[in-house]
Design a protein around this ligand. Structure first.
Ligand code: ADP
Ligand code: ASP
Ligand code: MG
Length: 438
């Protein structure tokens, strides 16, 4: 069985949805189709939750009305029969109507969780109804029936596997359609897998059913060697290892959700990235195979905060690091990069929600300095010691840029460099010119 995930742009119009149906149809065997919301929808839903939280009911209602209007041409073009069109409009009305009811009530956080997932409910119901209208053998499987989080807010793999196995026993249709992004938390409430989470839904399903392959269909022909939103000359990479793809996803390559490689890697399920608009392009295949090219790609993760703790007295003292890490653990804040010297330790976090409390609790251990608006530039490849000279090339490229932290040797796949975000563009372009010859 294959898992086929289609992102927002891939289901962004009636024409695209029809094209997705053709791609699904052309794939042999049983398939589990995971859909994102129509592109732009989740952004609008997030805006609506912001207005709702600020008690701006009028603004929220205006956004909602515009969103509803944007579905009109899509529904109109997607369905050929009058009956199909009526069903299509009913779907949009039903899910956006849920939001309308919620925003007229006093704000409560759980309502926002319900609002942001309506986009995936709309896209999957429209797609399912379209396939039905076309006479296809298809079943709609609600993600809320199987995609569960555990008490730590992480996907609960044993529960997900058990539920999907049960569903697969019951559903004999060749095409199963489900929502990406949506899940239930430990209390049974509607929740989500964070922005871009449909990729994660796809690999979690792929791992649960031990899929032959997870296909991530998107708007670009695979993982590129650098961020195409910043650098002009980028190229797709035909093969990556799970480790390399995982590092790129975690360190900012938006094409994949930061955690989505983990379930595929654990269960050795190949992940293939394909371009919906150019299905014949090779794309990127991610497997456990290591491919000995020194530098494969560069990614950048913004919104990083660097924290330095300086203490000539304590840093070398037995147990000092443990005490520092315990502060971060207490506030459930994960650390990305670490560098140490005789008198100081610097580390980075991407979630500053508890920053002021963390800084207060670190103060007894030394002088604490905080730098915000930093970017981690991550150079990924098979960077084992045999590949001599990579470091020199990297530093040559970054000659004109102030470097805040450097981390090498943590894994064989990654060199991470922290720079002020204002240098990000320059650093990415310069590294691209120096490390790739195209
Ligand atoms: P989808 O809606 O299909 O999930 P996304 O917008 O989440 O698509 O991801 C695809 C986008 O990721 C591309 O259009 C591209 O702009 C961006 N991107 C960032 N880094 C990379 C990279 N290294 N390779 C390819 N695309 C990247
Ligand atoms: N629709 C969600 C988002 O925009 C999930 C996804 O597209 O992967 O973040
Ligand atoms: Mg995405």
């Amino acid at each position: 069985m294959k898992v086929m995930k289609f992102g927002g742009t891939s289901v962004g119009s009636a024409e695209r949805i029809k094209h997705v149906a053709t791609l699904v149809e052309a794939t042999e065997g049983k398939k589990f189709v995971v859909l994102s919301a129509v592109s732009g929808t989740t952004n609008v839903l997030v805006k609506i939750t912001e207005h709702f939280r600020k008690n701006q009911v009028n603004e929220a209602t205006i956004e909602l009305a515009a969103l509803k209007d944007s579905y009109q041409p899509l529904v109109d073009e997607l369905f050929t029969s009058e009956d199909g069109k009526v069903k299509g409009y009913e779907i949009v009305d039903r899910y956006l109507g849920e939001i309308k009811k919620l925003i007229t009530q006093p704000y409560y956080p759980q309502a926002s969780k319900v609002i942001v997932v309506q986009g995936e409910l709309i896209s999957t119901n429209l797609f399912y109804t379209y396939l039905k209208e076309q006479g296809r053998e298809v079943a709609l499987v609600p993600a809320m029936d199987f995609m569960s989080l555990n008490q730590y807010g992480e996907p609960d793999m044993p529960v997900i596997t058990e539920r999907i196995t049960g569903i697969l026993k019951e559903r004999k249709e060749t095409t199963l359609v489900t929502q990406g992004f949506i899940c239930r938390n430990i209390s049974g409430g509607i929740d989500n897998l964070k922005r871009g989470g449909s990729d994660y839904s796809a690999t979690l399903i792929g791992a649960a059913i031990q899929a032959e392959e997870v296909q991530i269909w998107t708007d670009i022909d695979g993982m590129h060697n650098n961020d195409p939103r910043v650098v002009e000359k980028t190229q797709p990479i035909s093969k990556l290892s799970f480790e390399e793809a995982g590092e790129l996803a975690y360190f900012g390559a938006k094409i994949l959700h930061p955690n989505c490689i983990i379930p595929a890697q654990k269960n050795k399920v190949p992940v293939r990235i394909k371009n919906t608009m150019k299905p014949d392009a090779e794309g990127t295949l991610i497997t456990s195979e290591q491919n000995p090219t020194a530098v494969k790609a560069i990614a950048a993760k913004d919104g990083i905060t660097a924290i330095k703790i300086k203490s000539s007295r304590m840093i070398m003292a037995y147990g000092f690091m443990r005490k520092v890490f315990e502060v971060f653990e207490k506030y459930k804040t994960s650390i990305d990069m670490i560098t140490t010297s005789e008198i100081a330790v610097s580390l980075t976090i991407d979630d500053p929600s508890h920053l002021s409390k963390i800084v207060e609790e670190l103060k007894p251990y030394g002088t604490v300095e905080v730098d915000e608006q930093q970017t981690i530039i991550c150079i990924v490849g098979d960077l084992v010691a045999e590949h001599k000279g990579v470091g020199r090339e990297i530093f040559k490229a970054l000659d004109e840029i102030t470097l805040r932290m450097i981390s090498y040797g943590g894994s064989r796949n990654n060199i991470s460099i922290l720079v002020d975000t204002k240098y990000k563009r320059e650093a990415l372009i310069s590294l691209n010119d120096q490390l790739f010859d195209f």
